[in-house]
Design a protein around this ligand. Structure first.
Ligand SMILES: [Zn+2]
Length: 164
């Protein structure tokens, strides 16, 4: 897999060369989001926001992660969010929480209901230097693409820079 360099508003990350980049037009330095999509419709997303706002809501980045998982679990159609792996690591000098989840949701059609599981990778970090929090998360478009997506996530996590 070959990667290209993406940088905006003072943060940077490498993404697969043949993927499409879509910046939310409302994005600004303090808060925003950018999506990266593969030709097969896999997606990786980066969100950023005001660190002070996150700190008002959550006691720590750990709580931020837990609440986010709970929120997704309560989303309509989502049956469960199982934690496959949760680890602490250092990203650009910050303590970050990286999670590998398995989301199970109900796919209902007129004739039948079935359960579908999809893997979700994410990391959360608080950057004091730029007064922002960052979240990167992504999912494959199908189970067959999980291995490749895991590699892409690892690479993006490894090359992520929130400040200099
Ligand atoms: Zn930082």
């Amino acid at each position: 897999m070959q990667y290209d360099h993406f940088s905006i508003y003072g943060f940077e990350v490498e993404y697969p060369k043949d993927w499409r980049v879509k910046l939310n037009p409302k994005s600004e330095k303090k808060t925003g989001e950018v999506a990266f999509h593969s030709p097969e419709s896999d997606g990786m997303f980066v969100f950023w926001g005001v660190l002070e706002d996150a700190k008002k809501k959550y006691a720590s980045v750990d709580e931020h992660v837990e609440r986010t998982i709970e929120k997704v679990e309560k989303t309509r159609g989502v049956k469960s969010m199982d934690i496959v792996e949760r680890k602490e690591l250092e990203i650009n000098g910050h303590r970050a929480i990286s999670t590998h989840l398995k989301a199970t949701f109900i796919q209902a059609t007129f004739l039948r209901r079935r359960e579908v599981s999809r893997e979700v990778w994410s990391f959360h970090l608080y950057c004091e230097q730029t007064a922002r929090y960052f979240v990167l998360h992504g999912s494959p478009s199908s189970d067959e693409r999980s291995m490749e997506q895991a590699d892409v996530f690892e690479h993006m996590q490894k090359t992520f820079r929130c400040h200099y």
